[in-house]
Design a protein around this ligand. Sequence first.
Ligand code: SAH
Length: 249
Amino acid sequence: MRFDVVTLFPGYFVSPLGESLLGRAVKEGILDVHLVDLRDFSDNAHRKVDDEPYGGGPGMVLTAPPVFAAVEALRSEAGAPPPHVVFLSPQGRRFDTPCAKELAMRPRVALVCGRYEGIDERTRSATLFDEEISLGDFVLSGGEAAALTILEAVSRYLPGVVQDAASVSADSFEDGLLDYPHYSRPRSFRGLEVPEVLFSGHHEKIRQWRREQQLLSTLERRPDLLRTAPLDGEERALLERLAAKWRSP
Ligand code: SAH
């Protein structure tokens, strides 16, 4: 899969794209990341891409011409699939697992990072961006951290990035619930013990225990997820019992 990241700070991405799973995915060609320096599209001798806001007020605005030029250059690239162009913005749709999976189906995604007070509104009124995506209800200083987060979350769904595909499908949110708890050596640590069932060697019992733990931690931490989690009748009944126990222990 190809990503184009339009940014004022291409250097921001160099180390993360060279380390760990992302680093290996890039090396193996599963992930092809093109860093596009927005300043290359400035029509200004000083490579300036920001200016004062009309009407006054604090800060600077990312101007429209270099953003249009950069995105249009990506769209008109010959021999490459057309990019799905995403502008990173706190005003966009909230990024989550379904959104990551949706992006992972696309052959090419362009992530455009804003800076300063924001971007000239005319980039949004034209059909320059296919969509706007937000990381959450908070404001970052630029889109770079959001782009990196999206890159990493999406790449987990590309075949070969995470070696054991089962580890992705067991993660939180995959089946509408939070993940079950994990334990490793030592068996006893500062008086804290590992649940006995995990030493039973009984795979079905372990599976059932983990499923119950998923329900329990979702009930305790993210009850909102239970409204839409795809549970069968037996699991709904178990959830009712756990909820009753949880309400009056
Ligand atoms: N004044 C703007 C925020 C500008 S922050 C507003 O309140 O809507 C500068 C840039 O950081 C934005 O253009 C965007 O690209 C990026 N950014 C900030 N918060 C973000 C978030 N929650 N998700 C994705 N990108 C974000």
